[in-house]
Ligand binder design. Structure first.
Ligand SMILES: [Fe+2]
Length: 211
């Protein structure tokens, strides 16, 4: 079982499963949200029970909660700071972790950055940090909170040259990407992708869970 709140699970899937998921991405209908192309894979519907079971089995040795949603996506622009909390109304079962499994990672410095600040509701600061309406599906746009600490200028330049203004958050962890190795953090923790070149191959599966 996972012990830390934020961390990695080395080689959670093998090469064959990476291939299977990339093929699944190719086969599924897709939607563009302005920063990435999403292939919605499920998962709380009957017709996708088989896929849900597969994902649940991948996580089972480490996490025994409920798989609520899984998306395979292809990023073409680094995204903004947000939480993967509930949308519209609180979910019936307590929010658990987000698991992100890189499937393709051409840029060697790909990373996901997790902050200490949290939000139970899915929020995004894309508008407030210069990304406008890009990358926003149904997440609530929110003003940046008041804070007495900020990401320092050098760190911001290193990881978030695509975001504007001072970021009133504290970095908890920088999780670097390796194909097949899962990254995880509590869904309520704010997080963002580190900058990456728009023309590099970058695909991942994100799994949202409940306890
Ligand atoms: Fe997210």
């Amino acid at each position: 079982m996972i012990e830390n709140k934020i961390g990695k699970i080395k080689n959670i899937i093998d090469k064959g499963t990476v291939e299977y998921l990339l093929n699944k991405y190719d086969a599924l209908p897709k939607k563009d949200n302005g920063l990435r192309i999403n292939a919605d894979t499920l998962v709380d519907q009957d017709f996708n029970k088989k896929f849900n079971k597969k994902i649940t089995e991948i996580l089972m040795p480490y996490f025994q909660g409920h798989v609520n949603h899984a998306t395979i996506y292809s990023d073409y622009h680094p995204g903004g700071i947000h939480s993967d909390g509930w949308i519209d109304k609180p979910e019936q079962i307590k929010l658990a972790y987000t698991f992100l499994i890189p499937l393709q990672s051409e840029y060697e410095k790909n990373a996901t950055i997790v902050f200490e600040e949290t939000s139970e509701e899915a929020v995004t600061y894309n508008q407030a940090t210069g990304l406008g309406q890009k990358g926003v599906a149904s997440y609530q746009q929110t003003a940046l909170p008041d804070s007495d600490h900020f990401v320092d200028a050098d760190t911001q330049k290193k990881w978030f040259p695509h975001l504007e203004g001072k970021l009133p958050f504290k970095i908890a962890e920088v999780l670097t990407w390796e194909v097949g190795t899962a990254l995880y953090w509590p869904r309520i923790n704010l997080h963002a992708s580190a900058w990456f070149p728009s023309d590099s191959d970058r695909k991942a599966m994100v799994i949202l869970t409940n306890e």
